[in-house]
Design a protein around this ligand. Structure first.
Ligand code: PHB
Length: 387
């Protein structure tokens, strides 16, 4: 039997085939939503550089697919977050969103990603709910949960024999959750947190709180600040004369990407984080060298997390040969991948958060130097995640 195709039908079939081929070969649209202004501006910049560096190392492609960038400055402002993320989702029609730094902004992004079923990779913000109650198959994190560095620093502080601590931070999800992680480990290790102090984000008026610390004289102060706020806090702590009298410890963001601006005030500070500048591995050395050559600047933890966000997306796209329409195959590959990160190899927990070796570091010159492993293979509990 002969099947006679009409010319019009043939044209339609050809057009459909061409359309789907085009959909797979057009560049993949990546929407970068990061802070370009405000206290976290430098962090956003480093994440973007790290992401672009990995893509550039792959010849501008991931899994054989060209990458096209769209950008939005989120200003680390949660009140603008939903409008900002919708510029990428609805206006630019991006395939993947990558962002952001601030936990409050990232929570709104996760909500929008869930509502629109858009893939989201979080390259910093540690809000527990992103890989907890709000987890979803298409939401991933290449960084940490706030609980992880807090908990690791608590282990370190208890191990040093400190008994009475005060904490100080910004009063929003990242500060609260990091302090919670610190308190859990510190009190499990025999210490007691006597008092939690905070200022609203992104305020940097620390004087009254520093006066209170001086009056209370705890054995140790635990701090979570980052970016411009961390620079100001570490300098103020030193200027108040506290550096010599009350030991200061922090999750590593306190001194990451900030050492040059903090100068002598930061030297000798010990922190815990999932990265140390001088990790002497071929992977880290090659990464730092290429980063310095490309950007004429030294990489930091934020650059690593951006680089690893691109690696994670690359693992998914490679598995489906660049065909983003094969979402299940992509997600399956991303879930199972081992990321060969400058921080050391890591896998993801079932809720899509990195399982991390946490390092003790000390600020020496321009580096946060490796001092040892604080906690091996630390996994966020992913409380509330059902996938
Ligand atoms: C956050 O808001 O989750 C956050 C911001 C800056 C950091 C770490 C966490 O360095």
């Amino acid at each position: 039997m002969r099947i006679a195709f009409r010319p019009a039908l043939l044209a339609l079939i050809a057009a459909a085939a061409l359309g789907s081929a085009r959909a797979q070969t057009r560049p993949l649209k990546v929407g970068l939503m990061l802070p370009a202004t405000g206290t976290y501006a430098a962090l956003g910049d480093m994440i973007e550089r790290g992401f672009r560096l990995y893509v550039q190392e792959q010849g501008g492609q991931l899994g054989g697919r060209e990458i096209q960038y769209f950008r939005v400055d989120d200003e680390s402002d949660p009140s603008k977050a939903t409008d900002n993320v919708n510029k990428l989702i609805k206006r630019d029609n991006v395939d993947v969103i990558v962002g952001t730094v601030h936990s409050g902004v990232a929570l709104a992004m996760a909500r929008a990603a869930r509502d629109s079923n858009t893939m989201l990779i979080v390259p910093n913000a540690g809000a527990g709910a992103i890989t907890g109650a709000m987890c979803a198959p298409h939401i991933f994190r290449s960084s940490f949960s706030n609980w992880q560095p807090g908990y690791a620093t608590g282990v370190v502080a208890a191990g040093k024999g400190y008994k009475r601590a005060m904490t100080i931070t910004w009063n929003y999800a990242a500060g609260q959750e990091t302090v919670k992680g610190f308190t859990e480990a510190f009190e499990k290790g025999g210490g007691k947190v006597a008092k939690d102090l905070s200022v609203p984000f992104p305020n940097v008026e620390f004087q009254a709180l520093l006066t209170e610390i001086a009056a209370q004289k705890p054995d140790v102060v635990f701090a979570f600040f980052a970016g411009g706020g961390a620079v100001k806090f570490v300098k103020d702590y030193d200027a108040a004369g506290l550096k010599k009298t009350v030991p200061l410890i922090g999750s590593g963001f306190l001194t990451d990407g900030t050492l040059e601006a903090q100068g002598a005030s930061a030297q000798g500070l010990q922190t815990a984080l999932h990265y140390a500048d001088n990790l002497d591995t071929p992977r880290n050395n090659a990464f730092r060298k290429n980063f310095a050559l490309t950007f004429k600047a030294n990489a930091d933890v934020y650059a690593v997390q951006g680089y690893d966000a691109a690696q994670l997306l690359g693992a998914g796209l490679t598995a489906v040969k660049g065909d983003f329409a094969k979402r299940d195959g992509m997600i399956g590959a991303m879930r199972k991948t081992t990321i060969d990160s400058p921080r050391g190899k890591f896998t993801l927990s079932t809720s899509h958060n990195p399982v991390l070796d946490m390092y003790l570091r000390e600020a020496v010159g321009k580096n946060n130097e490796y001092k040892g492993v604080a906690v091996k293979a630390l996994a966020d509990p992913g409380t509330g995640c059902k996938m």
